[in-house]
Write a protein that binds this ligand. Structure first.
Ligand SMILES: *Cc1c(COP(=O)(O)O)cnc(C)c1O
Length: 389
């Protein structure tokens, strides 16, 4: 096994143009980033006001195909506000996948709501709609049109599917479950800008969606996020509470509730405008990279390159391997790749195993536990040379 993975590491390095250590994901700046940032600095508009924020919000909404996008400081803040404007309240439960980045659960906690963990599907690595429904039948009861958790007595308010590594969740059956049980759909589309479900862009499939533009995501604004919705009133409200809930006035400070200072600075939005101009190049380069990996792993027994589902198109943000547990130990593979200068890491620890979330309600998580031992990510930066396409 050692020799096999050493030679795989060499091949991965060769694909990336052997540059010593190959990181998991680096941002790529190949467009007008410097020009737009320079414009911010020369005009003085670097902070909370400026034309790039509006421009970025418009272009983003257009790209995703939603009525409105509201740019904020990061993806976690976007998710926090998305849940709040979707009507999630203190002491509500919210269904989220057990296998996601901790921000999904943290955003739920910021409104004193409680994450309720659902198992994932081996096909998408996102919430499994069949298991979601089974679990609801087991623990749920409808009272006054609201789904109640029989075991805790709490209202279950929303479902938050997350499109793992850019691969779209099978969302139509989840929408159907939401309709039948009176649940609100909020998408954690932090990783899936440029990913589609049956021709529709992810992030615009529920009442509200959230995206992240952190440095490691498919496009970056340095740090940033956005709230997406087709509901104009919700978008206006999101804008209002992410900008300290202040009424516009030439000089007076009037705020009508406790808002947040979550607005994306203009200088970050400037980077975002330039990055968005290149997203198609990034996505086609990532798909090219997947093909290289498919060729490489075709000959390796017990390893598959994780592919987009038949019903969707993935942005292939992070390249993913599915190891056959019986032929490859996850930690030995990670150890070998990292020692050879190829950064690799496992999928997240299931959130129910983490101290702050160990007490939360959960469904059967057998697939989550399996996937945790089998899924790793390997270097995913768009390939050199593809940038100018
Ligand atoms: C990146 C990410 C977030 C949070 O985004 P930040 O911009 O880092 O706050 C939320 N959910 C998921 C699934 C993510 O991958």
């Amino acid at each position: 096994m050692n020799n096999q993975w050493k030679s795989i590491a060499q091949s991965i390095k060769a694909i990336h143009g052997d540059r010593g250590f190959i990181p998991l994901h680096e941002p790529t700046f190949c467009g007008k980033e410097l020009e737009y940032v320079t414009d911010c600095i020369q005009t003085g508009w670097v902070s909370s006001v400026g034309k790039y924020v509006d421009e970025f919000e418009h272009r983003l909404a257009e790209y995703v195909g939603v009525k409105r996008a509201v740019a904020v400081v990061n993806g976690t803040a976007a998710l926090h506000i998305a849940l709040k404007i979707a009507g999630v309240k203190s002491n509500d439960e919210v269904f989220i996948p057990a296998l996601t980045f901790i921000a999904t659960a943290n955003a739920v906690s910021y409104i004193q709501a409680i994450p309720h963990f659902i198992d994932v599907s081996e096909q998408t690595l996102g919430i499994d709609p069949v298991k979601l429904e089974e679990h609801i039948r087991e623990i749920g009861i409808i009272k006054n049109g609201q789904l109640i958790n029989k075991l805790t007595g709490r209202v279950i308010r929303a479902v938050v599917p997350m499109h793992t590594f850019g691969h779209p969740v099978d969302i139509n059956p989840i929408i159907d479950i939401c309709d039948r049980y009176g649940l609100v759909l909020v998408e954690d589309a932090a990783e899936s800008l440029g990913s589609f479900y049956k021709g529709k862009h992810t992030g615009g499939l529920g009442l509200v969606g959230a995206i992240s533009f952190n440095g490691n995501k498919i496009i970056t604004t340095g740090g940033g996020g956005a709230i997406l919705t087709n509901d104009e009133k919700l978008a206006d409200y999101a804008k209002h509470i992410t900008t300290t809930a202040k009424f516009p006035h030439r000089w007076e400070y009037r705020h009508d509730e406790i808002g947040y200072n979550y607005r994306m600075p203009n200088i970050n939005a400037a980077i975002g405008c330039a990055q968005l101009e290149k997203i198609d190049v990034f996505i086609s380069s990532k798909r090219e990279l997947t093909k290289h990996y498919q060729q490489l792993f075709e000959k390796v027994e017990g390893v598959q390159v994780f592919n987009e589902p038949s019903f969707g198109k993935s942005n292939y943000w992070l390249q993913t391997l599915l190891l056959d547990e019986n032929s490859h130990s996850r930690d030995s593979v990670l150890d070998l790749l990292n020692s050879e200068g190829v950064m690799a890491r496992p999928i997240w620890t299931p959130l129910n195993e983490l101290m702050p979330y160990a007490h939360c309600p959960k469904a059967d998580l057998s697939v989550t536990n399996q996937m945790n031992k089998r899924v790793i990510n390997i270097p995913s930066t768009p390939l050199q040379g593809d940038y100018n396409g």
